[in-house]
Design a protein around this ligand. Sequence first.
Ligand code: PMP
Length: 391
Amino acid sequence: MDIQSLIADRCREIDASGIRRVFELGAKLRDPINLSIGQPDFPVPDIVKRAAIEAIDADRNGYSLTQGIPALRRRVSELLTADLGWPAADESDDVGLFITSGTSGGLLLVFLAILNPGDEVIIPDPWFVVYPHMATLAGARAIPCDTYPDFRMTAERIEPLITDRTRAVLLNSPGNPSGVVLTSEECDAVRRLCDERGVLLITDEIYDEFCYPDARVETPAGPRCPSPARADGAWANTLLVRGFGKTYGCTGWRMGYVAGPRALIEEMAKLQQYTFVCAPTPLQHGCLATFEHDMAPVVEGYARRRDMVMERLGAVTEVAPSGGAFYAFVKIPERLGLSGAAFCDRALEQNILVIPGGVFSGRDTHFRLSYAVAPGRLEQGLDGLAELLSG
Ligand code: PMP
């Protein structure tokens, strides 16, 4: 049988080779200085591990409600009230929320719920690698919003891209691959633009806890990451997507949540019921314990690594200030005459793994560096990269 003839067009439109090549190279190298990794380098907090193990031992291994276990939904809802001023999801006719299979699960469901073939969703350029492909899966088109050179997806940059096919704008702050954090004013201007033009604002806040003190704003819940969802009535046109994986080092657990307009959330939950069914039940119990654990000391440690990156590489090239996540998107000086791919090959010769900017963008002029590695290794890597960048 000719399997190739059975493969759907949507598979041919998706090319995962760029990032896969880096991971394959990484697997072949002996003890590389790996600055390509998109996940934290600390173990899951013990209290969170124990809660998951206890749930498994207590035979809580069956399906949960599609929306998630009530106790976790309640904690998330309380967080949204404290952090963003949203009404409690269980008591409001306007707000809905449910637990998803990873942040990716939430993103896929919202795309499937709102995009018809030919519709458009505006995404940042550079983008998180899955965004364009999720649009393809939904039969729609991702329209890149050029955010070079400062990687700020502002209302001014978005507005000219809105057409009568635009259904949503996808904002990602702190951003992957840049680490750039928008200000509250910038977030609010994007939300107001979306509201005026009748398009949904999707805010991917998977890195919200990895927002360094200098990028945070004061809120009644303490210093928090700026968010377009933190405005009165934002829940009417904003879909919030967050996750547990990056914050607590449990990316493999596939745990996230979505919150937003109830009518949309209900459609998305219907799709979850017939696809993912529910998020992993024992791990939902594990994530309940995250609310008892403070990650602030870890985030402070990451802020110091961020400072190392900005000081060392900022001295030799252009690096937009990274205020969150654990990435920096570093410009390759033009005088070197190297594409992102060519520069990364040179780095590889020095046993350093970084990812070419072209994997995340329509252009290949930068590279992404992840500082989710031990400070000693990071320092070694920065020395090597600074030397290459100095040419
Ligand atoms: N959004 C962004 C911006 C990300 O960087 C990632 C993970 N790298 C995701 C979403 C997906 O996260 P999850 O593992 O929770 O699906």
